[in-house]
Design a protein around this ligand. Structure first.
Ligand code: SAM
Length: 305
C-alpha cells in the first residue's frame, strides 16, 4: 500500500524529534575517521517544499520546525538540527524542509556511504532528482567531487529487504534508520523483524526506529518488543505535543527507539527535551519520556517530564 506521502507531514513535531536524533547519531559517528554507512530503509523524497504542494495542506510544519526557526536560545543539539534546515534555506526564509536523506548527507563526510531505499515511484524519482541537484551544487562550490553511484546509492525497492544485504558493511560501522509509514499494520512486525535480523547479522550496528505513539495495540507494543531484542543497550525517547484529540485523529506523540545508541545521547536528550516540550507543546498533555536499558530483563531507568 503506497498511499502515504511524507510531504503532508514534513517538518512537523515528529520530524523534529526524528531528525534531531538522527543528526546527533551521525555526528557521533563522525568522531572517528573510519568511514561508515548510513542505511535509510524508508527515505521519502529527500527535500520538501513548505510553501507549495502537500505541505501547505495542513501546514504541519507549524507544529514543528516553524516554532524553532527564530529561536536564539536553542540547546546545542537542537541548534545542530536547525542549522541543517537553515543551510537548505540560504535566503533565510523557511521554504524547504530536509528529509532524513538530506539531513544525513549534510552531516556525513566524503568517505561515508548513503544507501537509500524508497518504494513510491514519485518519491524515489524526487529523491534522485534532489540528490542530483545537491551534488551539482556541491561540485559547483568545489565542496565535493560528484561521486554519485559510490557515495550515494538510491534504490527503488523494499528497504526492509535491502537493509539485510548491506549489514555488516565492510567498515563494520553503520547506522540504520527505519521509518515506515505504519499505515499498514504489517510495518510494525516488519520493523521488529528487521531490527532483530540486523542485530543478529551485525551486533554492533546502531538501529534507530521512528514510531507513532497511537492508541492502537501495535503502536503500544512496538517499543516493548524492541526492548526484548538483545543488544548492547537501547534508548527510547518520546515527545508529545498535546493531549490526544477527542476523536482520536491526528498525531500528537511519537518516539525514537535506538539500539546501540552512543553513550552521550541520553544526557543530550535529557538536556533538550524539556526545551522541546515547552517550545512545541500546545497544552497540558505535552511532555516527554526518556528511558534506557540493556535488555528488557535488566535494570531500566525511566523519567517523565
Ligand atoms: N524517512 C523520511 C524522512 O524522515 O524524511 C520519511 C519517510 S516516510 C515516513 C515513509 C516512506 O516509506 C514513504 O515515502 C513511503 O513511500 C516509503 N515506503 C513505504 N514502504 C516502503 C518499503 N517497504 N520500502 C521502502 N520504502 C517504503
Amino acid at each position: 500500500m503506497l498511499s502515504y506521502r511524507h510531504g503532508f507531514h514534513a517538518g512537523n513535531h515528529a520530524d523534529v524529534l526524528k531528525h534531531l536524533v538522527l543528526i546527533q547519531l551521525l555526528k557521533y559517528l563522525n568522531q572517528k575517521d573510519t568511514p561508515y554507512m548510513y542505511i535509510d530503509t524508508h527515505s521519502g523524497a529527500g527535500v520538501y517544499a513548505l510553501d507549495s504542494g502537500y505541505a501547505t495542506k495542513n501546514a504541519e510544519f507549524e507544529t514543528g520546525i516553524a516554532r524553532l526557526w527564530e529561536r536564539k536560545d536553542l540547546p546545542p543539539a537542537l541548534a545542530d538540527y536547525v542549522d541543517v534546515v537553515k543551510a537548505l534555506n540560504p535566503s533565510g526564509k523557511m521554504r524547504y524542509y530536509p528529509g532524513s536523506p538530506y539531513c544525513a548527507d549534510a552531516v556525513m563526510r566524503e568517505q561515508d556511504r548513503l544507501r537509500l531505499f524508497e518504494l513510491h515511484p514519485s518519491d524515489v524519482k524526487l529523491l534522485a532528482d534532489n540528490f542530483r541537484k545537491l551534488e551539482a551544487h556541491a561540485a559547483e562550490q568545489g565542496k565535493r567531487p560528484t561521486v554519485r553511484g559510490k557515495r550515494v546509492m538510491i534504490e527503488k525497492s523494499n528497504g526492509f529487504v535491502g537493509m539485510k544485504a548491506l549489514v555488516p558493511p565492510p567498515s563494520r560501522r553503520a547506522l540504520v534508520l527505519i521509518d515506515p509509514p505504519y499505515e499498514d499494520k504489517t510495518d510494525y512486525r516488519s520493523t521488529t523483524t528487521a531490527v532483530a535480523e540486523g542485530l543478529t547479522r551485525f551486533a554492533t550496528g546502531t538501529y534507530a526506529v521512528w514510531y507513532p505513539v497511537l492508541n492502537r495495540m501495535e503502536s503500544r507494543q512496538l517499543p516493548e518488543k524492541l526492548k526484548k531484542i538483545p543488544s548492547n543497550g537501547w534508548l527510547n525517547v518520546t515527545l508529545s505535543v498535546s493531549s490526544p484529540s477527542p476523536d482520536g485523529f491526528g498525531l500528537h506523540s511519537s518516539g525514537m527507539f535506538i539500539h546501540n545508541p552512543p553513550w552521550t545521547l541520553e544526557a543530550t536528550l535529557r538536556e533538550l527535551m524539556p526545551y522541546l516540550v515547552s517550545t512545541l507543546g500546545t497544552d497540558g498533555g505535552a511532555g516527554f519520556t526518556l528511558e534506557s536499558g540493556q535488555t528488557a530483563a535488566t535494570a531500566r531507568r525511566k523519567s517523565s517530564d
